[in-house]
Design a protein around this ligand. Structure first.
Ligand code: SF4
Length: 486
């Protein structure tokens, strides 16, 4: 089958690196002079799998079943984190009637790895259709099925003939395909185009905007973005989280496209511009007042809604101004370290700047040319001295640095940092409202809570062993990074 969009990986984007470290100003200069090279870690604790993000992007699509053609382990992340999020999302939406999303593993074992697993996949698909009667069936590859060379496309072709009413969507998202896990999002969106939308070219719908949003958004945050877009006269088609088949088919009818952050959907939006003429913009996440201003203004400029956006921004900012001033009394001057994914990391560090906190260090999974402007913006709040640790899940580096920096507060997933006794909180909240102007207050209060009551972390420090031996904290955090010569 001729695909409308060919699979591509993010590792080949200009200036891509997933192993680097240096001050913001030093890395900015290197990127601007095209001489920031990827370093090499001689030891890694792990990196996130591409497949997990394909699962995350597609798992909530309604009336679908997902088959992961893999050993059991590959579906563990999906079946734990992703389904939990879907269930919470549905509960908040008031939808208790639907079953949770269905992820089925073909559970490849020794026998299939030696003799091939195509028959197992076919049998699993038939059983899944008999049990769940889906509209869409996703078939995802894994490292094991790709290495043994199972032809999942041909299996899908056979199934298409047998079940003409089911849309079979094949996603080649084996973990070793890319070191950038956001590739998994791209592959999922490309697959929706290639297998669901195909050549459909519906009439444009006035004021319709596709809003590409990741799985990590709460229902409250989706509603907040919808509200903001509605306020400037646009109707959001939120994709692909919890989308229906009909929502997917509306993608080409939209006049505009926007994503929730820098790494989600930009490759697909470029395709939509080329194929359907829908203009798009890549912006940061609308977390914090300044980032929300930028997000809204970018959309408004696209759609010619600048006047509406300015009126909305002025009104919303005025509503939260007083309480933000109160929060600042507690946060102003505090030192902070941030660990987060690309989009959330920029938004979190920007918000810390708004709260007049000083950024010491940010752990971010990737650096590439496209993010230079975002890092430069952070320099406007925090100066150019803060450390950028480009690390996709290397907690041993993170904890070494946090211990040395000893910040007043840590923002990020804090399991290990909590054991250092430092106040911690995070802005990745799949349950509560964190987006837009109202989200600023919720996040500010969260930080206040972490500062006011650090008893739990203090006790953890006193009554648990540190995650690493004392000797590790005396080492250079980047001991296992081989930096290239410039
Ligand atoms: S697809 Fe590969 S990298 Fe991903 S969980 Fe499975 S084995 Fe690990």
């Amino acid at each position: 089958m001729e695909k409308a969009i060919k699979d591509k990986i993010r590792d080949t984007r200009a200036g891509f690196t997933d192993a680097q470290a240096g001050s913001a100003e030093q890395m900015r200069c290197q990127v601007r002079n095209n001489c920031l090279k990827n370093a090499h870690r001689t030891f890694e604790q792990g990196i996130q799998c591409v497949q997990v993000n394909s699962v995350n992007a597609l798992v909530s699509i309604q009336d679908s079943v997902m088959i992961i053609h893999s050993p059991y382990g590959c579906s563990a992340c999906g079946s734990l984190g992703s389904i939990e999020r879907v269930n919470i999302y549905k509960h908040h939406k008031g939808d208790e009637s639907r079953l949770s999303s269905r992820i089925i593993s073909t559970a490849l074992g020794e026998k299939e790895v030696i003799l091939g697993g195509e028959q197992r996949l076919e049998d699993t698909a038939r059983e899944a259709i008999a049990r769940h009667n889906p509209k869409i069936m996703f078939i995802l590859s894994s490292c094991a099925s790709a290495i043994i060379g199972d032809d999942i496309d041909t299996v899908a072709d056979r199934l298409r003939e047998e079940y003409p009413d089911v849309v079979f969507v094949v996603v080649h998202c084996e973990g070793f395909k890319s070191r950038n896990h956001a590739t998994g999002y791209d592959l999922a969106l490309f697959a929706l185009q290639n297998y669901v939308i195909k050549d459909a070219c519906p009439k444009k719908l006035k004021g319709l905007i596709n809003l590409f949003a990741t799985h990590s958004l709460s229902f409250a945050d989706q509603q907040e973005m919808k509200r903001m877009l509605h306020a400037i006269g646009l109707e959001a088609n939120i994709m692909p989280y919890n989308a229906t088949y009909e929502d997917i088919m509306r993608i080409p009818a939209a006049e505009y496209n926007i994503s929730v952050c820098q790494i989600f959907g930009d490759e697909y939006m470029a395709f939509l511009k080329e194929r359907y003429g829908a203009s798009y913009v890549v912006t940061g996440m609308p977390i914090g007042s300044d980032s929300t201003d930028r997000w809204l203004r970018a959309i408004a400029e696209l759609a010619g809604k600048e006047k509406e956006a300015e009126a909305f921004i002025a009104h919303e900012r005025a509503e939260v101004e007083e309480e933000i001033s109160e929060i600042k009394k507690k946060t102003s001057g505090l030192k902070v370290c941030v660990t987060a994914g690309t989009g959330r990391g920029f938004a979190a560090a920007t918000l810390m700047g708004e709260f007049e906190m000083r950024l010491l260090c940010i752990h971010t999974p990737y650096y590439e040319h496209a993010y230079v402007a975002d890092f430069e913006r952070l320099e406007e709040y925090h100066g150019g001295k803060f450390l950028i640790n480009v690390a996709d899940m290397q907690p041993y580096e993170q904890i070494n640095l946090i211990k040395k920096f000893n910040p007043d507060v840590f923002i990020g997933m804090a399991n290990w940092v909590s054991r250092l006794g430092i106040p911690t909180t995070h802005i990745l909240d799949g349950k509560r409202p964190t987006f837009g102007y109202r989200g600023v207050l919720y996040l500010g209060r969260k930080i206040e809570d972490a500062l006011d009551n650090n008893n739990f972390n203090a006790k953890l420090k006193n009554f648990t062993a540190p995650p690493f031996r004392e000797s590790w904290y005396k080492e250079d955090a980047f001991k296992y990074i081989e930096f290239p010569e410039n």
